[in-house]
Write a protein that binds this ligand. Structure first.
Ligand SMILES: [Zn+2]
Length: 216
């Protein structure tokens, strides 16, 4: 018979006791943790206000608030700022690009997008240089189903949203662009911010005479 049984103590007493002793040790920790958390909180608050100060300089003259820019910064960006590898100029450029992106999301063309270019996926676009591109800043609008301002008019027949009816030239717009009762004429030129080019058949690829021959 053990001493516990002799004294009538329940057999499980020992275990809770050890638990308790662990708990007692741990009890001191939350206090330490709270202190550490408290000072970390103060540090991060101080740092946050320093960052907001720097961003206030960066946002001067721009239609965006320091808090909005701060929210857009990635954790790595904030690390870089903390380490002094991001200058106020860089922050200003970032703030400017955010304002520009916001305007573009609303279909507004940036002032420096003065050239006409063609994006493979977006069609005719405004850009800061001319030519043909495989992707462009307006691709974000396309992906988000937002309007893309155009430098020129387009043919409905070249657009993926043009749904042909049983007629050689007529169809309807699946994006709900205004149209006559009969529909839209495929070769009519119109200005459209919803236009998206139909994927081109292998036009730009190298000519393949044998294939062309067998087709005709
Ligand atoms: Zn594009």
């Amino acid at each position: 018979m053990s001493w516990r049984e002799t004294l009538g103590a329940p057999p499980s007493t020992e275990r809770p006791y050890t638990h308790n002793s662990q708990n007692t040790q741990k009890h001191t920790e939350p206090g330490n943790c709270a202190d550490i958390a408290d000072s970390a909180y103060r540090d991060s608050k101080q740092e946050s206000s320093k960052l907001l100060e720097a961003l206030a300089d960066a946002c001067r003259g721009l239609a965006i608030t320091p808090t909005e820019v701060k929210l857009a910064l990635a954790a790595e960006d904030i690390d870089d700022w903390r380490n002094g590898t991001i200058s106020t100029d860089t922050l200003a450029a970032f703030a400017h690009s955010l304002v520009q992106r916001r305007d573009m999301d609303q279909g507004k063309c940036p002032d420096d997008y003065t050239e006409t270019a063609t994006c493979k996926h977006c069609g005719p676009i405004w850009l800061w240089f001319s030519g043909e591109v495989l992707g462009c800043p307006w691709c974000w609008n396309r992906a988000a189903d937002k309007p893309i301002p155009r430098p020129c008019s387009v043919h409905c027949g070249d657009c993926i949203h043009f749904k042909r009816i049983n007629h050689p030239h007529l169809g309807h717009c699946s994006k709900g662009e205004p149209e006559a009762i009969a529909g839209l004429w495929d070769m009519d030129r119109r200005y459209c911010e919803c236009f998206l080019p139909r994927p081109q058949q292998t036009h730009n690829d190298q000519p393949r005479p044998p294939r062309a021959d067998t087709k005709r």
